[in-house]
Design a protein around this ligand. Structure first.
Ligand SMILES: NC(=O)c1ccc[n+]([C@@H]2O[C@H](COP(=O)([O-])OP(=O)(O)OC[C@H]3O[C@@H](n4cnc5c(N)ncnc54)[C@H](O)[C@@H]3O)[C@@H](O)[C@H]2O)c1
Ligand SMILES: N[C@@H](CCC=O)C(=O)O
Length: 547
C-alpha cells in the first residue's frame, strides 16, 4: 500500500545536548560509577557481526583489549569472513528500496529516538564502554559518547530537513520544478576510527538518514562501544539490513567491499595513510562500478597553537594544556606543535606550562582525578615512544615527561619538547599521543613564523591563534587561510561542537565535507530534477519559425 503524505511535518526544535558536569557527590557521577562497575563485573562481552538484523557468529574471534589493563579485554568479537561480508552487502542492497521509500518524517523519527536513547537510557552504558575500551576519562566520554553522538543524530535530522527544503527558486508559468534528493545507487561503506564513539555512529547515521543503506566496519579498538551504538539504532527502529555491522580484519573486509560493483560511497574517518590507500584501491576498481563512488574521508592532523607576544598568558597556558593532553592527545584535532613569541615564553609561559603539566595525573580513566589515561594500544604506545626518541635524536630537549609505562596499561607521560628546528620530525608528523613540541620565535619574526606554520606540515585540520592585537589575528587568519579547516581565536584547537563549528580540514587532513553540518549530506545524495508541465503544447513551432 502506498504511504499517504497528509501533511508537511516540521521536526522538533533542536539544541545541543546539555553536558553533565560529574562533580563530586553528583547524581550523574554516581550513575556513571555504577555503570562502569557493572561493566567491569560482566566483561568480557561477546560481540557478533549483525547482518539483516541477525547476529552472525563466525567463530573467528578477536579481542578488544582494555588499554589501561591490557591483560584483560572488554570483548571478544566475531570477525566477519568472506561469506558474512557478502551477505551484508546483499542484505544492504535488498533493504535499500524500502528504506529509501520510507517517508522522511519516519526516518527522522527513528534517529530522533536513537538520540534520546543515547542521551537517556544508554548514556552511562555507552560512556562506560568508551571509558574502559577506548581509555577516556568521564569528561572525555561525556563529550564524545553522550553529547556529540546525540548532537550528530539530532542536528543530522535538522540538516536533512533543511536540505530537502532547498528547491529551485523559479518556476516558469504553467510548470512546477522540484528537486528530489535520491539516496546513492548501491550501498555505502563506513569505516570508523577508534577515538570517537560518536564518529562511528555518525559515519553510519549520516548516509542512512538520507535513505542509504550502510555496511559498517568499526575500528577493532572500539568494537564494544560501536556495537552498543548499533543496538541503539536497532532499538530505535532502524530496519534490518539498513546498517550491517561487520567488524573484521580491516584490509580483507575492505578489499572485498571495494571490489563490489554496487559500492557507491566510502565514509571514512581515520589516518591519512589508510584513506589514501583506500582512495587508490577505489581508483583501481573504477571500471567495476556502476557510477563514480563518492569518497568522503576525514583524516590526520598536525594542529598548532600560534601564540603572539600580545596573547593573554594564563589563557594561552590553560588552553594549551587542554588542547595537547586531553584524551592523551588522541583527538585528530589535538595540539601537537606550538609556536610562541620569546618574550612571552620567557615571562611566564614556560614556567606555568611546565608547572601545570607536572600536575597532570596519569592513570586508569575510571579513577576520577586522572586527567590522562592510556593510549589505545601497543602499536600506538611504541609509535609515541619512538617519536620522543626521534625528537631527542634531532636535538630536541625534553622539558618534561618523555617516558612511559606499559607494564599494566599503555601509559605515556605528558611530554613537552623544546626544539630549535621548526621543521624537526615532531613539528611535522602526526604522533597521536600526549606529546607537544614547542618552537620559540623572536617577537620580530611574527611574519616569518606565519609562513613556517603554513608550510611545515602536509595537514590542514585545526589551529589556534592567541593574540589580543586584532592586527595580529587578522594577519594570521589571512596567511593561514588554508592551514586549518577549523581555526580558533584565543581558544584551544580541539573541542568542535556539532551545530556550532562544522568540523574537518583540507590538504592531507581530508575531503573537508564538514561533519556536523548540512554540507556532508550532499555527499550522500544524488539529486534528481523533476519538471512538471501543467498546460500542454498545441503547436511545436516557435514564433521565430513563423513568416
Ligand atoms: N579528521 C577527523 O575528523 C578525524 C577524526 C578522528 C580521527 N581522525 C584520524 O584518525 C586517526 C586515528 O584513528 P585510527 O587509529 O582508528 O585510524 P586508522 O587509520 O588506523 O583506522 C581507521 C579505520 O580504518 C581501518 N583500517 C586500518 N587499516 C586499514 C586497511 N589497510 N584497509 C582498510 N581499513 C583499514 C581501521 O580498522 C579503522 O576502522 C588519526 O590519524 C586521526 O587524526 C581524524
Ligand atoms: N570533535 C573533535 C574532533 C574529532 C577528532 O578526533 C574535536 O574538535 O575535538
Amino acid at each position: 500500500m502506498a504511504t499517504p503524505q497528509l501533511a508537511s511535518f516540521k521536526v522538533p526544535e533542536i539544541a545541543n545536548e546539555p553536558m553533565r558536569p560529574y562533580g563530586p557527590g553528583s547524581a550523574e557521577r554516581k550513575a556513571l560509577q555504577e555503570a562502569v562497575a557493572q561493566m567491569e563485573k560482566e566483561l568480557p562481552f561477546e560481540v557478533p557481526c549483525i547482518v539483516n538484523g541477525k547476529p552472525v557468529k563466525t567463530g573467528k574471534l578477536a579481542k578488544q583489549p582494555i588499554p589501561a589493563d591490557h591483560a584483560n579485554h572488554l570483548c571478544s568479537y566475531h570477525e566477519a569472513d568472506e561469506a558474512t561480508v557478502a551477505a551484508a552487502i546483499d542484505g544492504a542492497l535488498a533493504a535499500k528500496a524500502e528504506w529509501e521509500a520510507m517517508p522522511w518524517n519516519d526516518r527522522a523519527a527513528i534517529f530522533l529516538k536513537a538520540a534520546d536513547l543515547v542521551s537517556g537510557k544508554y548514556r552511562y552504558k555507552l560512556m562506560a564502554a568508551t571509558m574502559l575500551g577506548q581509555g577516556k576519562n568521564a569528561w572525555q566520554a561525556e563529550i564524545d559518547a553522550a553529547a556529540e553522538l546525540t548532537d550528530f543524530l539530532r542536528f543530522g535530522v535538522k540538516y536533512v530537513e533543511e536540505l530537502y527544503s532547498i528547491q529551485p527558486p523559479k518556476n516558469a508559468a504553467g510548470s512546477w520544478n522540484r528537486l528530489e534528493y535520491r539516496a546513492l545507487e548501491g550501498f555505502v561503506y563506513a569505516v570508523s576510527p577508534f577515538n570517537f564513539t560518536a564518529i562511528g555512529g555518525n559515519l553510519v547515521a549520516t548516509p542512512a538518514l538520507v535513505g542509504n543503506t550502510v555496511v559498517w566496519k568499526p575500528s577493532p579498538a572500539a568494537t564494544y562501544s560501536n556495537y552498543i551504538v548499533y543496538k541503539i539504532f536497532e532499538e530505535a527502529g532502524v530496519p534490518p539490513g539498513v546498517i550491517q555491522f561487520v567488524p573484521g580484519p580491516p584490509a580483507e573486509v575492505t578489499a572485498q567491499v571495494l571490489a563490489h560493483p554496487s559500492f557507491a560511497a566510502l565514509h571514512f574517518t581515520g589516518s591519512t595513510f589508510v584513506f589514501k590507500k583506500l582512495w587508490k584501491d577505489v581508483a583501481a576498481h573504477i571500471d567495476t562500478y556502476r557510477g563514480y563512488p563518492r569518497l568522503v574521508g576525514e583524516t590526520g592532523g598536525k594542529n598548532f597553537h600560534l601564540i603572539h607576544k600580545s596573547a593573554e598568558l594564563r589563557n594561552a597556558v590553560s588552553q594549551t594544556v587542554r588542547g595537547a593532553f586531553e584524551y592523551q592527545g588522541q583527538k585528530c584535532s589535538a595540539l601537537s606543535r606550538l609556536y610562541i613569541a620569546s618574550s612571552l615564553w620567557n615571562s611566564g609561559f614556560k614556567e606555568q606550562l611546565l608547572t601545570e603539566v607536572a600536575k597532570l595525573k596519569v592513570g586508569a580513566p575510571q579513577e576520577w582525578t586522572n586527567f590522562i589515561g592510556p593510549v589505545i594500544g601497543r602499536p600506538a604506545y611504541d609509535k609515541i615512544i619512538s617519536y620522543i626518541q626521534k625528537a631527542k635524536e634531532a636535538g630536541g630537549e625534553v622539558l618534561i615527561g618523555g617516558s612511559g609505562d606499559d607494564s599494566k596499561g599503555y601509559f605515556v607521560q605528558p611530554t613537552v619538547i623544546l626544539t630549535k628546528d621548526p621543521k624537526s620530525v615532531t613539528m611535522v608528523e602526526e604522533i597521536f599521543g600526549p606529546v607537544l613540541t614547542i618552537f620559540v620565535y623572536e617577537d620580530n619574526d611574527w611574519e616569518k613564523t606565519l609562513e613556517l606554520v603554513d608550510s611545515s606540515s602536509q595537514y590542514g585540520l585545526t589551529g589556534a591563534i592567541f593574540a589580543t592585537e586584532r592586527k595580529a589575528l587578522l594577519q594570521a587568519t589571512n596567511k593561514l587561510r588554508n592551514a586549518a579547516g577549523n581555526v580558533y581565536y584565543n581558544e584551544k584547537c580541539t573541542g568542535a561542537v556539532v551545530g556550532q563549528q562544522p568540523f574537518g580540514g583540507a590538504r592531507a587532513s581530508g575531503t573537508n565535507d564538514k561533519a556536523g553540518s548540512m554540507a556532508i549530506f550532499y555527499r550522500f545524495v544524488s539529486a534528481r530534477s523533476i519538471k512538471e508541465n501543467f498546460v500542454g503544447l498545441e503547436d511545436y513551432l516557435y514564433p521565430s519559425n513563423l513568416q
